[in-house]
Design a protein around this ligand. Structure first.
Ligand SMILES: [Zn+2]
Ligand SMILES: [Zn+2]
Length: 140
C-alpha cells in the first residue's frame, strides 16, 4: 500500500484533549465483531487500523484499561479520561503494532478493511462488505 493519503494522518478524541499524528501507512485494516470490541466501542463492531507503534505520536494524557483476550494476551485500550473516546489498542502479543480506532481519525475516508475477524460473533443485521474476507476467529 503506497497511497499517499494514508501515509500520514491525524486524529483526535471528541473533546480534543488527545491528538495524534501517524507517519506511517497502516499495516493492517480490520473490523472485529467480538464482544469486547462491541463493549469498548459501543458500536456493532470495532474498526481498526494497525500501525507501527513508533510511527504514532500522541499528545495529551490518556488513561489505559487492560484486559485479557480469549487467547490470554493482555489487551490495552487507551482512552481519553475527559470524554471517554477510545483511541488506541495494543496487544501484548504484537508490541510493535498499535491499533487506532478508526472513528478518531480525522479523515478516514480511505479506510478499507482487509478482513472481518470474529465473524462468528457478528450480530445478524451488522452491515458487511461481501468482498471482504471474514474469519470466524482471529486472522493474525
Ligand atoms: Zn477527549
Ligand atoms: Zn474484537
Amino acid at each position: 500500500m503506497t497511497d499517499p493519503e494514508t501515509s500520514k494522518f491525524t486524529g483526535h478524541c471528541l473533546c480534543g484533549s488527545i491528538r495524534f499524528e501517524c507517519n506511517a501507512e497502516p499495516e493492517v485494516q480490520a473490523c472485529c465483531h467480538c464482544d469486547d470490541c462491541r463493549r469498548a466501542t459501543g458500536g456493532v463492531y470495532g474498526s481498526f487500523v494497525f500501525v507501527a507503534t513508533k510511527a504514532l505520536h500522541v499528545t495529551g494524557e490518556m488513561r489505559a484499561y487492560e484486559h485479557q483476550s480469549d487467547r490470554g494476551n493482555t489487551m490495552t485500550k487507551d482512552f481519553c479520561p475527559m470524554c471517554g473516546s477510545h483511541m488506541f489498542e495494543s496487544n501484548s502479543k504484537s508490541p510493535k503494532l498499535r491499533g487506532i480506532f478508526v472513528g478518531v481519525i480525522d479523515d478516514a475516508s480511505w479506510f478499507k478493511p482487509q478482513a472481518y475477524v470474529y465473524a462468528s460473533k457478528k450480530l445478524p443485521h451488522t452491515p458487511v462488505d461481501p468482498e471482504v474476507e471474514a474469519f470466524d476467529k482471529m486472522r493474525w
